[in-house]
Write a protein that binds this ligand. Sequence first.
Ligand SMILES: NC(=O)c1ccc[n+]([C@@H]2O[C@H](COP(=O)([O-])OP(=O)(O)OC[C@H]3O[C@@H](n4cnc5c(N)ncnc54)[C@H](OP(=O)(O)O)[C@@H]3O)[C@@H](O)[C@H]2O)c1
Length: 297
Amino acid sequence: MTITAERSGQFALGDRLANRLGYGTMRLTGPDAAGRPPPDRTTTIAVLRRAVDLGVDHIDTGDYEGPHKVTDLIRKALHPYPVELTITVDVGARWTTEGRWVQALSSDDLGRAVQDHLVHLGVDVLDVVNLRMPGFPEPVEQSLAEPMETLAALQQQGLIRHLGVSNVTTQGFAEAEAIARIVCVQNHYDVTHRHDDPLVDALARLGIPFVACSPLGGFPPIQAPGLARVAAVLETTETEVALTWLLARSPNILPIPSTRAVAHLEQNLEAGARVLGPVELEALDRIGSVVGPEEDL
Ligand SMILES: NC(=O)c1ccc[n+]([C@@H]2O[C@H](COP(=O)([O-])OP(=O)(O)OC[C@H]3O[C@@H](n4cnc5c(N)ncnc54)[C@H](OP(=O)(O)O)[C@@H]3O)[C@@H](O)[C@H]2O)c1
């Protein structure tokens, strides 16, 4: 079977159609994603190039990658960028050079982050900038008006093509939309973590992508007996089932799994070619405890 992200289907992201299975760069900085330098530059570049070769046209990166600038490696691996590639950049929090995780939502912080990404990615305009609010993995009610207005002004200056938001509630999304057009929402969502079910459906009705961050549950990846049972029945891995479930859940979900391993990247893209039957889907739905407690498949 040919592995390609195209098998996962497509959904509009800004002014392009993106293959639904994308790629997040966070784990390139090491297993704990704590802003350290990528442990192996050669493998990092190989993973990024393999992703694009296999049809990944949506890569998510950001200041949470740390001061060592994974963006430099993205540029080294992929510049000049294919026209169909959308690189989304998350701003609003960052690792300091001393290894501290800090919020960075002031106008100065956001302006600096945008300039930084332009320079390190080697572009004149950023495809999509997501305002990343505090509140991962559970978004909290808080006003995002001030930082959103800053990003809208940077967009008007021509530095940003599209804007998105991350770690927001339905109300936060509405507040952002009142300030600027929002082309994607990126929140934590996986088969066991379905707090955002109503937001997924609301965005689907509006034709807006819900980008599922940490779609495998982060580190360590999701472990749930129900997931293991479905994977065993289908003779595949739990991670593949978790991604296939996300693709089946709603057409506007774009998962961005992260990995430092080419083999895992390839396995993840295989999820796009798999189809879950009604029995498996029902069993997986129960894991998120929306329907009820887990039962045997
Ligand atoms: N906006 C936000 O607040 C926010 C927060 C968190 C994440 N994100 C975004 O979401 C992306 C993904 O998040 P994440 O890295 O936390 O979580 P994730 O993609 O759910 O999980 C990554 C973990 O799964 C492992 N993995 C990946 N593919 C695998 C496979 N086929 N088999 C076994 N293990 C596999 C990776 O290890 P290996 O490297 O060994 O494969 C890594 O430990 C990030 O890159 C970032 O873009 C955004």
